[in-house]
Design a protein around this ligand. Sequence first.
Ligand code: DAK
Length: 257
Amino acid sequence: MSYEYITVASDEAVGVITLNRPKILNALNLQLINELVEAMEQFDHDPSIGAILLTGNERAFAAGADINEMADASAVEIMKRDQFAVWDRMSRISKPIIGAVSGFVLGGGCELMMNCDIVIASETAVIGQPEINLGVMPGAGGTQRLTRAVGLRKAMEMLLTGDSISAKEAWQYGLVNRVVPVEACFSEALKLAKRISRQAPLAVQVIKKTVHKAEDLPLQEGMDYERNSFYLLLASEDRKEGMQAFLEKRKPRFTGN
Ligand code: DAK
């Protein structure tokens, strides 16, 4: 499969996707988002891949949706394009997505970052939802995921002013996991993605799904969901292998069964 606006590679069991529209700061047009989701789904279905790493370049992870594509489109056209459907597909990827973000992480770029399960940010990252400056609002989860991540007041301030925050502030609010020098961002994220990709695949995917339930479900329902997920993993071959390997003082050989 060849792509125009992303590049795709793999490193050991990590699928690496790089946004590649550098001239306009990786602005997210429809084609780019479609390519991105297509590549993510391919990695999701590939048993040799255990985690997905998503990155941009040093100047920009992504400066938002492509304003050229939105400027003249009517509400009905945008509705007919059904752009939300492709973002919904992205949130159904079952393998963990690790983001490595530098430079501008704005608007749809910030929403894309929030779709990652773990984020390593460069000291240079500038993160925000500036849609209000264009007279609109976020359309791919910005009001919902940002509020869950940083809390109502900080989200309100960012969304209503359009002001960005630094990587350090994003870390203080729990919006990113770690802040590292720009030159270390990709390698740190790759190291982490490789570690996760060596874990038992079923456990990784079930944990990802169960953690996300914590955002949607009341506590007791989440606990019930966790319990059923736990029973499911107890039935796996990898659970036998993991426990046996511990008792035999050797490294487990997980198969994903
Ligand atoms: N779209 C199109 N082009 C963009 C762009 C964008 N979002 N951001 C930057 N560019 C282009 C610039 O126009 C410029 O192009 P040329 O003039 O060279 O042709 C080039 O990238 C370099 O940008 P600048 O010259 O402006 O560079 P600076 O360093 O001076 O400024 C900046 C960088 C990031 C501060 C500035 O470019 C900027 O403010 N960009 C716009 C940021 C923004 O407002 N982002 C939010 C866009 S709205 C939805 C899903 C998602 C969304 C909506 C709906 N559905 C599922 C329906 C999301 C909406 C948004 O993200």
